[in-house]
Structure formats: structure tokens, C-alpha cells
Design a protein around this ligand. Structure first.
Ligand code: GBH
Length: 465
């Protein structure tokens, strides 16, 4: 038995990053500004006033980073392309130096035998397009298509797998509804329009990629929320249904079924009339995917009301999500948490894989992000003994293994993240890497979790601990 692999032989082992979080060099070689440059420079938006510089200086250090990926036995690397490096004004004049950077990166990956998995939008919208209305404006979806066409024409002969959009929920709702992310607006109707236009942009981008005729595959990275009712009451179940609608089905129905969920349109009728949905849009958003990427971190529990609950477990205010009743709340279960405060529960990964395997009709699934932040330090022996992160990975990968055994067509897994990086509104204060980065010296140190992951990637078997 000890020779048997825990994972299929062709299971893809990867790690993921995103452009703004690792590249730095925000003014190099003609890069334009993105909404995250503006947001980070706005006092009070990002912890500690951190900005996209220097991040991991990956723009200059990518050869070293690809060598690190080889040393970690990665079969694939998921990265994102910065739209403002390609089109500094969002549309119009192409910046060849930006395209050259990603061409060099892709070639370096291929020389190392690592599959390039490219995300086309991981939140760095060109500022000029935000000034013209951003994602709430329909035109942005068409500008996205044009940008994707340029990138696919340049890289499409070598990029095996494309993800159009990373986590449309985050872009639409953190960006335009609660303002926690760039561009920092608080306008629920605009968030709903943004969410539709992100999906439309996804569909138009898929058309653009396929028009190149290259055999690459098209998917997206969706952060399906795992929403559970806190208690057994019908009221809590109803809350979970409502939260699931605005977090999940408002995305997966247009993508997988070509419809909008009727109950969500009803729940949100006072927020928007949804007139931004034009005839023919849902045919574009629901073009068949080649694969579905799933990002999972933590489950969320909801209750119809905080009444009678331990106040220490109730997080935040009533009306906890768009369309929630004024008393509806998130409730924690008192489970161990990461440095983000997110509860650790690998059964959530199992559940989301089973559910989406059922809903996506048998296409290949990938975990395109999973991971955790903990307070790491480099100890005197020059190592990072991140047992807590290692436990998180092992727990979640054991859940993934169970899902495969239950019949889920899960073909690969990407750890979030390869490197410690700019964790959005938390700046550099939260470390998600399997590789530690010293932001003063840019020295990379593989953490114990990274060493463990590299052995798993090499053998397909859980290493002895
Ligand atoms: C991903 O976002 C991003 O793709 C990636 O860039 C980022 O670095 C990484 O995860 C880590 O954050 O907010 O308490 O209600 C994930 C964002 C995390 C948003 C979980 C929703 C729900 C818990 N999601 N979150 S809470």
C-alpha cells in the first residue's frame, strides 16, 4: 500500500500569484496606473499605507522565481497579466514592453517545463477605464475583450490555460458595494451592474481567445462561497438560501445555465431593476467552459438573527450581505482561525467540490486558490517552521483527495500563494506564501510548508511528517 499514490498520476500541482500582489515596478517600462495604485495611495484604505511597490519585485526577479518553482517541483504556475502594462490607458495604444515581459515569463516557464496558467483580470483595472465608469459601465466589458484579444494573439500559442476573471464577486462587491477593495465605492446598484459586466466580459474574452484558433483552454477562477445555516431552524436555512443567491448563484447561473436566479432578482428588486441585462448577454456568459477554477479559503455561517446567540460569535452587523434582512448576521463557529481571522474547515472544500462537480456537468475542475495566512518568522536556523500552514494544506488536500474518490473530476490544485505578497487592503501584514519574502532584502526562503508541498508534488503522496 505504501507505494500507492494518494493523487492521480497526472494530477497538476501548482502555485498561484497575481500581478499587483507580486510584481512591484509599478512605473517601469510604460505601465499605466490601475485602480489599485490609486486606492493604495489613498490614506486609510490599505493597512500601513502599503502600496504595490516593492512587493516581491517579481517584475525584475522572475528568472529567480521560476527557478524556485522548479525547485518546488511545480507542474504549473498560475499568474495574472496586468492590463495597465499592456494598455496603459486601458484601450488604444499597446505597450510592447508590457507584452514582452509576459512573453519572457512564459518562455522561461516553458523552458523549465512548467505550464503557464494565465489569469487575464486579477483586479488591476486601468485607472482611465475606472474614470470612464469602471465595471458598472457596459463598455468596460468590451474594452476587456479588446485587451484579451491582444494578449491572446501574443501569448496564445504558448499559454495552455486561460482564466478570464479572478473572483468576480470580489471585484463587483468588495470594489463597488462595500468599498473594502479598489475602487472603493459603496453603491449596491453599481455593484450588481459590475457583476453582470464582469460576466459579460468573461464571455466576450472567451470568444476572443477561441478566435485565435490555438488549442488552449478557457475557464475562470470563481470564489464560490460555502454558506451554511448556523442552526437547524427554517429561518436560518432561508438566510443561507438568500446569501447563497447573491454570493454564488448570481454568478454560477449566468455562467453555467444562462439564466439569472429568480429568487435573487426578487430579493434585490428594491436595489436594481437589472435593466443592464441585454438580450443575448446570457448566451455569451454561458458559452461552455473548458474547466472551472475554484478558490476556497473558509466556510461562512449565517443566521436569521443574532438574538439568543453568544455575542462573541456574531461577526459584524445585521444586514450582513447585499439583500440581507436587517437582522441577518454572520456567525462564527469558534473554530481555529488563520491570521485573517478566517475559520479553518477543510470540509468546506469537500462540499464546494462536490456541489460544483454536480452543477458544472462533468468539466474538469481545478482548485485555483487555497491557502492561509499565519504570522511567520525566519528562525535562527534560517528556516520558517510554519506547522500551522502545513496542517492547513494537509487538511485541505486530504479533503480534495476524498472529493476525487467521491468522483469529482478534480485535475489539479494551486496553492495560494507561491510567495508572501501584497494582501490587498491588508498590505504586507498578511503572509500567504509557501515561500517567505523579506521585503527589505527580497530574499526568498522556502517555508516548511513549501518543502512539504514540493515532496507531495514530486510523488503524489502525502509525505511522512
Ligand atoms: C483571494 O481572495 C484573492 O484571489 C487573492 O488575490 C487573495 O490574496 C487571497 O484570496 C487571500 O485573501 O471576508 O471574512 O467575510 C479571497 C477573498 C476571502 C473574500 C474570504 C471573501 C470571506 C470571508 N475572499 N472572504 S470574510
Amino acid at each position: 500500500m505504501s507505494n500507492r499514490s494518494d493523487f492521480p498520476e497526472d494530477f497538476l500541482w501548482g502555485a498561484a500569484t497575481a500581478s499587483f500582489q507580486i510584481e512591484g515596478a509599478t512605473t517601469a517600462d510604460g505601465r499605466g496606473r490601475s485602480i489599485w495604485d490609486t486606492f493604495a495611495e489613498t490614506p486609510g484604505k490599505v493597512l500601513g499605507g502599503d502600496t504595490g511597490d516593492p512587493a516581491d519585485d517579481h517584475y525584475h526577479r522572475y528568472p529567480e522565481d521560476v527557478a524556485l518553482m522548479s525547485r518546488l517541483n511545480l507542474g504549473a504556475y498560475r499568474f495574472s497579466i496586468a492590463w495597465p502594462r499592456i494598455l496603459p490607458e486601458g484601450s488604444g495604444k499597446v505597450n510592447q514592453a508590457g507584452l514582452d515581459f509576459y512573453n519572457r515569463l512564459v518562455d522561461t516557464l516553458l523552458e523549465a517545463g512548467i505550464q503557464p496558467w494565465a489569469t487575464l483580470y486579477h483586479w488591476d483595472l486601468p485607472q482611465t477605464l475606472e474614470d470612464a465608469g469602471g465595471w458598472p459601465a457596459r463598455d468596460t466589458a468590451y474594452r476587456f475583450r479588446d485587451y484579451v484579444q491582444i494578449v491572446a494573439d501574443s501569448l496564445g500559442d504558448r499559454v495552455s490555460d486561460w482564466m478570464t476573471i479572478n473572483e468576480p464577486w470580489c471585484s463587483a462587491f468588495l470594489g463597488y458595494e462595500n468599498g473594502h477593495h479598489a475602487p472603493g465605492h459603496r453603491d449596491p446598484a453599481a455593484a450588481l451592474a459590475a457583476s453582470h459586466h464582469l460576466l459579460l466580459g468573461h464571455g466576450l474574452a472567451a470568444q476572443a481567445i477561441r478566435s485565435t484558433g490555438h488549442p488552449s483552454r478557457v475557464g475562470l477562477a470563481h470564489n464560490q462561497a460555502v454558506i451554511r445555516p448556523h442552526g437547524p431552524s427554517a429561518a436560518d436555512a432561508r438566510s443561507a438560501r438568500r446569501a447563497d443567491g447573491v454570493r454564488n448563484r448570481i454568478f454560477t447561473d449566468p455562467l453555467l445555465k444562462g439564466t439569472y436566479p429568480a429568487d435573487v432578482l426578487e430579493d434585490l428588486a428594491s436595489v436594481s431593476d437589472f435593466s443592464f441585462i441585454h438580450d443575448g448577454d446570457l448566451k455569451i456568459t454561458s458559452a461552455p467552459l473548458d474547466f472551472l477554477g475554484i478558490n476556497y479559503y473558509s466556510p461562512e455561517f449565517v443566521a436569521a438573527s443574532a438574538k439568543g446567540l453568544d455575542p462573541a460569535l456574531v461577526s459584524g452587523e445585521g444586514g450582513a450581505w447585499l439583500g440581507a434582512e436587517p437582522e441577518e448576521v454572520h456567525v462564527s463557529q469558534g473554530l481555529p482561525v488563520t491570521h485573517m481571522g478566517w475559520e479553518i474547515d477543510p470540509t468546506g472544500l469537500y462540499d464546494v467540490l462536490l456541489r460544483l462537480a454536480g452543477e458544472s456537468g462533468g468539466i474538469d475542475l481545478y482548485v485555483t486558490e487555497n491557502g492561509c495566512a499565519f504570522e511567520d518568522t525566519v528562525t535562527e536556523d534560517g528556516r520558517v517552521h510554519d506547522t500551522d500552514r502545513l496542517d492547513y494544506y494537509e487538511g485541505h488536500l486530504r479533503a480534495a483527495k476524498e472529493a476525487i474518490h467521491a468522483g469529482v473530476p478534480l485535475r489539479g490544485y494551486f496553492a495560494w500563494s507561491l510567495l508572501d505578497n501584497f494582501e490587498w487592503a491588508w498590505g504586507y501584514s498578511r503572509r500567504f506564501g509557501i515561500v517567505h519574502v523579506d521585503y527589505e532584502t527580497q530574499v526568498r526562503t522556502v517555508k516548511d510548508s513549501g518543502e512539504w508541498y514540493s515532496r507531495l508534488a514530486a510523488t503524489g503522496r502525502f509525505p511522512e511528517r
